[in-house]
Ligand binder design. Structure first.
Ligand SMILES: Cc1cc2nc3c(=O)[nH]c(=O)nc-3n(C[C@H](O)[C@H](O)[C@H](O)COP(=O)(O)O)c2cc1C
Length: 175
């Protein structure tokens, strides 16, 4: 049996989404609404709500680092998602270490599993978020990879994966 709702606010279902910290200058904003949109060239899109300070920063700077942190950082991600960069120095408050910055002064966080260096090439507005489509100029992969990626499913719920399997394509014939 299904319960049916008209709005996302009413439907209390958990759609778990990989979560990252979008670093634009000295501001860090958690994003879970993001996706790859082209393989070659590699292009990546993030959806940012207009009322967030990050929206203004992206319009001004046109670039950011998308830092994919492991699950253990969920508390700092939750904090960054509850305050706004026009009122707080979020990078300082996060106490996250900076490995280096890109040419636009966006920080690569040392704790990240991998980081996409993004330059905005297009925008699309429909509804209450703007989709910023970016050229990924560099993919930085940490030599130390966590086996616990961070997922967010709304309403303060964070999770990680319990099991990973690898399917061999050769064994799929006849399935
Ligand atoms: C885990 C998590 C994921 C979020 N994902 C998004 C998102 O994809 N897009 C968005 O606009 N806001 C998202 N938010 C909300 C913003 O991160 C939040 O409003 C933040 O305080 C905005 O910061 P800023 O005003 O400094 O830009 C998310 C919040 C959390 C906690």
């Amino acid at each position: 049996m299904f319960n049916t709702y008209d709005t996302l606010e009413q439907a209390t279902h958990a759609q778990q989404r990989v979560t990252a910290l979008l670093a634009c200058g000295n501001n860090l904003m958690p994003v879970s609404w993001h996706m790859p949109v082209s393989k070659s060239p590699f292009r990546y899109a993030v959806a940012v709500r207009e009322e967030n300070y990050t929206h203004q920063l992206l319009e001004q700077n046109g670039s950011f680092m998308l830092n994919f942190l492991p699950f253990e950082y969920y508390e700092v991600v939750a904090l960054m998602g509850n305050i706004h960069g026009d009122k707080e120095d979020k990078l300082a408050l996060s106490q996250l270490e900076i490995e280096k910055k890109d040419r636009h002064a966006n920080p690569l966080l040392s704790a990240s599993d991998f980081v996409y260096e993004c330059v905005v090439c297009d925008t699309y507005k429909n509804g209450d978020h703007t989709i910023f489509i970016t050229d990924v100029k560099a993919i930085h992969v940490n030599e130390k990879q966590s086996e616990k990626p961070m997922f967010f499913s709304g309403r303060g719920r964070y999770a990680t994966i319990a099991e990973t399997v690898c399917v061999n394509k050769k064994n799929l014939q006849g399935v």
